[in-house]
Design a protein around this ligand. Structure first.
Ligand code: XUL
Ligand code: CO
Length: 435
């Protein structure tokens, strides 16, 4: 059954096209640096936004008009939504999707009943997958919506909740494996705190470390070989989220000896909420061999919350792809559209138009980043800027051949220090030549 009969398979029509339902820059099979665009970008649909988002806001109800709204039985609707996801993905040429356990199947009266409902939808999904190129990029467990997680999941003060969360992640790992998922994500929804006055911060962090270790052990036990990912976010819903940014997550993973099992899933809107640029978070992860996957969206620079907008800025996409290319790609991760439409874009076709705009921005960004890297302009500038470490005293510093005594001796003998311009504006101008 087609849920979007007015939309056909979206085609590449080139930059001159004015058709909102065509790609202007994304040309899936076109090779950039010897690799097809689709393999560089590995786009993914986010089930929670694209299929479940009602587009409500704190002042108003949802406005989304969706073709499956008329199906009132919960399980029948869950199946209809999954079918519609495959239709959207196939028409857009998006090869992956991501979900939380509770996005795809409703909760039942008990954990056992919930698991049975999940199994039913997973079987239906597997069936749909057998006739489709669409694959699972990552699965995750929703440990933040239900009131039982009011004080957190793995960091709850209540051990009963820790146990429930463990059972839920165990099942989510099994389901992710069953559907051939190549990654598993932890976003610490309510893993944080509101006030230190009621919080044992040390125990909560140790418990989070224990929880992640149990997940790694269980994955080994069942033979799930996917990549584990942590998704940093500094605030929202709690005031202090433990996974606040890449550096904090990296320190946490080092303390609990988990760096071999995890990488990061970096999201643009989370980066800017943390007071960083998206590129900073990507670079920090890349330099530490921690860049695993990306949630592509775009935050509003005037609003201080997670607006999860479609990533339509090619300039930002260019800087992100500059990091991805230097990372040697993002596989087995991908670019997951953790993004939803604005409340005013409520028509079914907007789901396509929004993703097309995001895919085009990333295609343009990829092309520009590749050309920039090929030119070597930025790398050459940076290399030259640090040339003082290639010889003389700089070489001795990086080789560990000198200490404070030798450096003092050197400094005392030096007459004048001369610095050179960092040429920031020139470099920013260079980017525009490639965009
Ligand atoms: C929340 C967020 C999540 C994660 C998955 O801000 O980004 O949807 O991506 O739990
Ligand atoms: Co996300």
């Amino acid at each position: 059954m087609a849920y979007f009969s007015s939309v056909s398979k979206v085609a590449y029509e080139g930059p001159d096209s004015k058709n909102p339902l065509a790609f202007k820059f994304y040309n899936a099979d076109e090779k950039i640096g010897g690799k097809a665009m689709k393999d560089h970008l590995r786009f993914s649909l986010a089930y929670w936004h694209t299929m479940n988002g009602r587009m409500s806001d704190p002042f108003g109800v949802g406005t989304a008009v969706r073709p499956w709204d008329s199906v009132t039985d919960e399980m029948a609707q869950a199946k209809a939504r999954m079918e519609a996801l495959f239709e959207i993905a196939e028409k857009l040429g998006i090869d992956y999707f991501c979900f939380h356990d509770r996005d795809i199947a409703p909760e039942g009266d008990s954990l056992a009943a919930t698991n049975r409902q999940l199994d039913e939808i997973v079987a239906h999904t597997k069936q749909l997958m057998s006739n489709s190129p669409v694959k699972l990029l990552w699965g995750t467990a929703c440990l933040f919506v239900h009131p039982r997680f009011v004080h957190g999941a793995a960091t709850s003060c209540n051990a009963e909740v820790f146990a429930y969360a463990a059972a839920q992640v165990k099942k989510a790992l099994e389901v992710t494996k069953e559907l051939g998922g190549t990654n598993y994500v932890f976003w610490g929804g309510r893993e944080g705190y509101e006030t230190l006055l009621n919080t044992n911060l040390g125990l909560e962090l140790d418990n989070l470390g224990r929880f992640l270790k149990m997940a790694v052990d269980y994955a080994k036990e069942i033979g799930f070989g996917g990549q584990f990912l942590i998704e940093p976010k500094p605030m929202e819903p709690t005031k202090h989220q433990y996974d606040s940014d890449v550096a904090a997550c990296h320190a946490f993973l080092q303390k609990y000896k988990l760096t071999d099992s995890f990488k990061m899933n970096i999201e643009q809107n989370h980066a800017i909420l943390a007071g960083h640029t998206f590129a900073h978070e990507l670079r920090y992860a890349r330099e530490n061999d921690m860049l695993g996957s990306i949630d592509v969206n775009q935050g509003d620079y005037l609003l201080g919350w997670d607006t999860d907008q479609m990533p339509t800025s090619a300039a930002e996409a260019m800087l992100a792809m500059y990091e991805v290319l230097q990372n040697g790609g993002i596989s087995p991760g991908g670019l997951n559209f953790d993004a939803h439409l604005r409340r005013g874009s409520f028509e079914p076709e907007d789901l396509f138009i929004g993703h097309i705009a995001g895919m085009d921005a990333y295609a343009k960004g990829l092309r520009a980043a590749h050309a920039l890297l090929e030119s070597g302009e930025i790398e050459e500038f940076v290399k030259n800027r640090y040339r003082s470490y290639d010889s003389g005293i700089g070489k001795k510093i990086v080789d560990g051949a000198v200490g404070f005594r030798e450096l003092e001796e050197y400094a005392l003998a030096q007459r004048a220090i001369s610095n050179e311009s960092g040429r920031q504006e020139m470099l920013e101008g260079i980017l525009n030549r490639y965009l």
